[in-house]
Design a protein around this ligand. Structure first.
Ligand code: SF4
Ligand code: SF4
Length: 616
């Protein structure tokens, strides 16, 4: 009887192994497109875990999920889980993205474009150094996906590093290095005696009821053994099919023949027989550096130009009073900066900040902050760092007025519309005051959705036309393009309509901007609002209240009001003062140069010029 029990155990373990072997293509049918001539699939085994693929009783390659090997957070802060196949020579047989939370892939990239991207990996060696975009010596270059640069770079790093890790763990060596070394043969399934010995050892250690339990639940011991269906095993397959329908886990699903093997469970089997050496999130192949370092090195030019641009802006802000006294220079510099922002930061660098960045950050803080989530895109990281600093000093206006590519586009459109003398469309104060609350409501809604799912929030965040206009350069479905064009057209007749009423990012920036350290950057007079309304009427962003105060939550830091502040032909108190002094000159008490010097005297010395709300 012990012999019979042993035989039954061997049979059940074989069946469970065969059934588990079918689970990968059953759960991920994409596996069949990776190895077209596969005859059978093993179970997950080894560290990192992978599934051996069989043909003619031999291993012809391995399939694995990148989440089991290496998890590099992408744009959404979550890794892109990809099913990858490599052959026994270390060539990539194919890959398929099986799960991601990338908003850009969810709504912006068609399946066809994604397929065109992933197909480029086929035939590449896992030891190749692959770069996206421009060719580099010693590297193999492939085309990226326009508008999804970071996503694609993270995907590339994930796939290549995970593939290399799996290849090396299976004894596949870089041909250049391996030529000198004598390596044990790889890719051959364990010999039947070896399999049998393993099964026998497993059976001998376990009582019958435990063996039975294993057989119905894809036991770990069975995963240890590849299960190539060899000649003569067809009868076992038929038995396996019957066993699958009879077991509680397999009965729920109609068994489907996948390359002649029966799937048992709709659930993926346990991946590894042993835990990974470290958490996959932190695990890197030996000698590898975090993916963001390579990305920063690749983007040195963009980083340099961005840093220079930010330095210029910093000087503009520090010397804003001088510029406000030279309006022609200010307007020219501002226009040139808007062109730089739109073309370089936006269309070239794809560094348009988005409310999704804010939501991802908030989620990350709540679920375990990791720097590498944010270092992945150097342009975004540097821009966000600068914006954080300017929020504390100047409020949201610096980003919205100078660094937002979509904001810059709206300003340039407004210039064109003024040249064309298009009519202006303005709401009454009462309507305006209510409409500006809309963007805060949108922000709160998006935040609520993001707590449930960042990907879903990404879908709703399409209220931002940024992706269509900046990231995708209008290469999207017509609904998105139509919405974006309407947003831009509205800016032609109502300055920054989208910013004032709809932008959730602007709303998100206004909140920390309330805690800025200084109040006195934008100068005001005690006559502002009482009775003078000149600035208030000139501020077409409508950030100056009728009472004269600047609403920092709405101000875009264009400095128009500061030009008025220093202009004795526009600013009412200055006009009156100038007239008084001109009268004095006429009466012979002062010279013309005294009048001019008075008009431009430092404001801090002038009691009427002390900024509103400034602290003594
Ligand atoms: S309100 Fe929004 S779109 Fe407008 S400038 Fe600010 S971030 Fe850009
Ligand atoms: S004119 Fe309006 S938007 Fe421009 S700086 Fe002054 S208050 Fe801000």
């Amino acid at each position: 009887m012990p012999g019979m029990r042993r035989l039954m155990g061997v049979l059940l373990l074989c069946l469970s192994g065969l059934a588990a072997a079918a689970d990968l293509p059953f759960i991920y049918p994409q596996a069949r497109n990776i190895f077209h001539d596969a005859e059978a699939y093993g179970g997950f085994e080894g560290v990192p875990p992978s599934v051996p693929v069989f043909k003619g009783g031999k291993v012809i390659g391995y399939l694995f999920l990148t989440d089991d090997v290496l998890r590099i957070p992408a744009y959404s802060g979550k890794p892109i889980n990809t099913l990858v196949g490599i052959d026994t020579e270390g060539h990539i047989a194919g890959l398929a993205i099986v799960h991601h939370d990338e908003p850009i892939l969810a709504v912006g990239i068609t399946q066809e474009r994604l397929n065109r991207y992933v197909v480029q990996y086929e035939g590449k060696s896992v030891f190749d150094k692959i770069v996206i975009g421009a060719p580099r010596p010693g590297h193999v270059n492939i085309d990226g996906i326009s508008g999804a640069t970071i996503t694609v770079m993270v995907e590339n790093a994930t796939v290549m590093r995970a593939a290399r890790a799996v290849a090396e763990s299976r004894g596949i060596r870089n041909p250049g290095i391996a030529a000198a070394a004598s390596l044990p043969p790889t890719g051959i399934a364990p010999s039947p005696p070896a399999m049998e010995r393993a099964i026998e050892a497993a059976v001998a250690e376990k009582p019958p009821q435990q063996v039975e339990k294993q057989s119905s639940a894809t036991a770990d011991a069975a995963q240890d053994m590849p299960q190539p269906p060899r000649r003569g095993e067809k009868r076992m397959l038929a038995a396996a099919r019957a066993a699958a329908t009879a077991t509680p886990t397999g009965g729920a699903q109609a068994p489907t023949l996948v390359h002649g093997v029966v799937p048992l469970s709709p659930e993926m089997p346990p991946r590894a027989i042993a835990p990974l050496p470290e958490q996959p999130g932190t695990w890197l192949p030996p000698g590898e550096e975090p993916a963001w370092i390579a990305i920063w090195q690749n983007r040195k030019f963009e980083i340099a130009v961005l840093v220079v641009g930010l330095a210029v802006l910093f000087f503009i802000l520090v010397f804003q009073d001088w510029l406000a006294r030279h309006p022609t220079a200010l307007i020219r510099i501002r226009n040139v900066f808007h062109v730089y922002t739109l073309f370089f930061i936006g269309w070239y660098g794809l560094a348009q900040l988005s409310v999704i960045n804010v939501l991802t950050f908030a989620n990350s803080v709540m679920s375990g902050f990791r720097w590498d989530h944010f270092l992945i895109d150097p342009m975004l990281f540097i821009l966000w760092s600068f914006v954080a600093m300017t929020l504390l000093l100047w409020g949201r206006g610096v980003y919205c007025g100078w660094l937002c590519p979509f904001g810059a586009l709206q300003e340039l459109i407004l210039i064109a519309s003024r040249k064309l003398k298009l009519p202006a469309l303005e709401f009454s104060d009462a309507v305006h005051e209510r409409l500006i609350a809309l963007k805060y409501i949108i922000l709160i809604f998006l935040f609520g959705v993001s707590l449930h799912s960042i990907a879903e929030a990404g879908w709703y965040a399409e209220i931002e036309p940024f992706k269509t206009v900046i990231s995708m350069r209008f290469q999207r479905e017509w609904e998105y393009v139509f919405y974006a064009l309407v947003s831009i057209a509205l800016a032609a007749v109502n300055r920054k309509f989208y910013c004032k009423y709809l932008c959730p990012l602007g709303a998100a920036l206004a909140i920390p901007g309330r805690f800025r350290l200084f109040e006195w950057w934008l100068r005001r007079r005690k006559e502002c609002g009482k009775p003078c309304q000149v600035c208030s009427h000139h501020c077409s962003v409508r950030a100056i209240r009728p009472t004269g105060e600047i609403n920092a939550n709405e101000c875009h830091y264009c400095l128009d009001c500061q030009v008025i502040y220093y202009n004795d032909n526009l600013c009412l108190p200055l006009i009156e003062r100038r007239k008084r002094r001109e009268e004095q000159i006429q009466r012979g008490r002062k010279t013309q140069s005294d009048v001019h010097a008075d008009a431009l005297s430092p404001l801090a010395d002038d009691p009427v010029s002390m900024p509103k709300g400034s602290k003594p």
